[in-house]
Ligand binder design. Structure first.
Ligand code: AMP
Length: 279
């Protein structure tokens, strides 16, 4: 397995693979890899001749008040995991390699990026769309892999690819959870012991909402109220949002009719965690 630090190194490698007629899969990540990322990487290795994993904590998707500086990083461990799964290339650029000092071109989206996480993180999805577009241009993959854990991001990337005619297949992968239900996340490392226990309220209320819908409840407000009430039983939890939206447009709905996304962001202490279910 190779580690590339520059755009040029990646381009040269991909060019060689293309000469041999090989297919290429891409898994974009911010690193500090866990089993959630591993599930994407394994699927990519199964479905492509060569797999590129990008490890890049993208500054343009963080607001100045957010955790860009403290975001956990461990390239050595990430590379060991990638290698054990059969990844061919890890792309780990410095921010200066990705963004020229006078960088001023953005890929942005209306509608889908304005609700849910887009409300409390107004510049987030512009940063995500821009960096993912850049990675698509650099790696030119046949397929790219994204987790349902970030359901709004997945919907936005699918829409970007459709709207901008990008010739890339987007593969969505299910949420990987800890044994007790907590969705795996690099940010879980911020939690102390007490907060780690409290964080279970997210998955518990996700499962509660999912059960109500599966048992036939079609009133979105009722499902949402039950989930909110459940979260409020946890003193360490502070709700950013709990919403039930149309699974394609990300707009709030009143009556549950598939496809839907029920999503939440909840602060446990200072750590903002997300979880969701889709139907
Ligand atoms: P991140 O490094 O957090 O930006 O995540 C990189 C990719 O891994 C994104 O497509 C995420 O949705 C996906 N991912 C992160 N955590 C999980 C998880 N627990 N289950 C499935 N996919 C995940």
């Amino acid at each position: 397995m190779k580690v590339a630090y520059t755009v040029q190194e990646v381009r040269e490698q991909v060019k060689e693979w293309r000469k041999e007629g090989l297919t290429v899969g891409l898994v974009p990540t911010m690193g500090y890899l866990h089993e959630g990322h591993a599930s994407l990487m394994k699927k990519a290795v199964e479905e492509n001749d060569r797999v590129v994993v990008s490890v890049f904590v993208n500054p343009t998707q963080f607001a100045p008040t957010e955790d860009l500086e403290s975001y956990p990083r461990d390239l050595e461990k990430d590379c060991a995991l990638c290698e054990s799964i059969g990844v061919s290339l890890v792309f780990h650029p410095e921010p200066e390699e990705m963004y020229a000092p006078d960088f001023c071109t953005w890929v942005d989206m209306d509608v889908l990026s304005k609700t849910l996480c887009g409300k409390s993180r107004p510049i987030h999805f512009r940063g995500v769309c821009t960096v993912v577009s850049k990675l698509f241009h650099i790696v030119t993959p046949d397929k790219a892999y994204f987790g349902q854990k970030d359901a709004q991001q997945l919907a936005i990337i699918r829409r970007m690819v459709r709207d901008l005619n990008m010739d890339i297949e987007i593969v969505g992968c299910p949420i990987v959870r800890e044994e007790d239900g907590l969705a795996k996340s690099s940010r879980n490392t911020y939690l102390n012991e007490e907060e780690r226990k409290a964080a279970l309220i997210l998955s518990k209320s996700i499962f509660l909402g999912q059960k109500m819908v599966e048992e036939g409840e079609t009133d979105a407000a009722k499902v949402k109220a039950a989930m909110v009430a459940n979260i409020e039983t946890e003193p360490l939890a502070k709700i950013d949002y709990v919403e039930i939206v149309d699974g394609m447009s990300m707009q709030p709905i009143e009556t549950i009719k598939t496809p839907i996304l029920a999503a939440m962001a909840v602060y446990i202490g200072k750590t903002r965690l997300i979880d969701n279910f889709i139907l």
